[in-house]
Design a protein around this ligand. Sequence first.
Ligand code: 8X3
Length: 254
Amino acid sequence: MSYSLQNKIILITGASSGIGHACAIACANAGAKLIVTARRLEKLKALAESVDTDVYPVQCDIRDKNAIQTFINELPPEWQNIDILINNAGLAAGFGPLHEGKDDDFDLMIDTNVKGLLYITRNVVSGMVKRNKGHVINIGSIAGHEAYANGTVYCATKFAVNAINTALKKDLLGTNIRVSSIDPGMVKTNFSEVRFKGDKARAEQVYAGMQALTPEDIADAVLYCATRPQHVNVSDMIVLATAQVSATVTHREN
Ligand code: 8X3
């Protein structure tokens, strides 16, 4: 029997836009209650207004380990039993050969995509272990399977997410906790604009002449994964646009 999300508590990081926002809408439509985090509280409040379910918005930066620990430890009792954690928060900062990269960009990506994911996962999973139930869904990337030029550090962080996904599953073997990774290729969000530091024209070029995935496509995959019967774990799902066959090979019209 498929797993119902009705009244389940789902924590989504980076829920203010893109894939995280689309996951929040999809989970709300499936009847879940949402804890949503992001750095921009006003975006989370707007999200809360737009859905017909209980939402607990939390302004936080997942790089801040003390803030993460306090937030999880001090959740109101009715929000404490988190059923599903969707580790979505992450970014690429900068694009170019490693020797031309900036230390601050390296820190931002590693601290968010790897360390932040670890902090929140450890704090949430310790409760899941006590309850012997739960599901961690990591948003990885094709970049966690295939490293490409000019993306060394970003790819390294997504390889790390891949490793965390695999090892966490092994740590939790024998419990009823599921661990999954959804690994997208090109998704049309503000991802490239962030990577190119606000250069919208350059970001547009990334998706030119092809139909990239949408955030809703990935939310759909997350929903599929979350609603499988409890004995089924979607371990790792790579999702690419039809016009993309690898991290670097795409077909474009014109
Ligand atoms: C985002 C996909 O291919 O730009 O993780 O690295 S890609």
